[in-house]
Design a protein. Sequence first.
Length: 319
Amino acid sequence: MALNRIWVYAEATEGKVSPLSLELLAKARTLGGTVEAVYAGADADAVATTLGAHGATKVHSTGDLSGSLAGVPVASAIAKQVADGNGPDLIMFGTTYDGRDIAARLSVAVDKPVITNNVDISAEGDDVVVTEPVFGGTKLVRTKFTGGAPYIALFRPKSFVAEESGGAAAEVASIEVTDAGQAKVTNRHVEEASGPKLDEAAVVVSGGRGLGEKDNYQLIEDLAKLLKAAPGASRAIVDAGWVPYSYQVGQTGKVVKPTVSIAAGISGATQHLVGMKGSKNIVAINKDPEAPIFSVADLGIVGDVHKVLPKLIEALKAR
């Protein structure tokens, strides 16, 4: 199957293209054909250099949509191109709030299926096939698209490695929005944060129920600060209200692939392992020698986190 034209929905915050968008561009380049981006925002010229460096030859810009939710206007713009015969063979979305919203609406608008939660895609003869993990990532299911182009697929973060292609700045072209939607954005709130972002950090330190109580999560914060790492958490302590959902690493949280991932007081339920088992080096600290987390750990410390973490923090402070 020749994928002659591939579109990637690109997202950016304050002029910085998201890592997930760059990951999708890297994969799109391997599928052959022309790679282009669709972008919702007034600063398309500002992101065109980065998108071009990662393989996009053109950026289809909707213009400023700051007063609207992206789902309706972006889906309508892409659907119009498809209806006019100018659409892509494949459009790739990241699994984000906007990506899911747009892909779902586009699927309805063009009457084509959308396949979600994928970690890979390939063109095999006349078929386009995506790969999706199921049962907590223990099995992989390969699904073939039917019904013809455009193929619509959503991909999980960290499925591909973002790499520059050396391309020049992408050409920016406007794309017509036929429906701005009725929902209006009246205000935006940015969560205060310090240190590296959880899904971008080179080192992640995550805590779990083995910490015992909410106040003990400070051990994770202290260790993360010393290591210039991002603090993370298991679903159990997020559900318990110890830390915000934005800290959650796992199947229903963030997927991380740092150089070093430290799991302290985390047993290793499938929910958590799915989100971090791709880390290059995993260090597990748990008093239960049979804890599942040790099955994926490169270094395991069998011990009480209340004794191990203070000693580790003390040693780092002494350096």
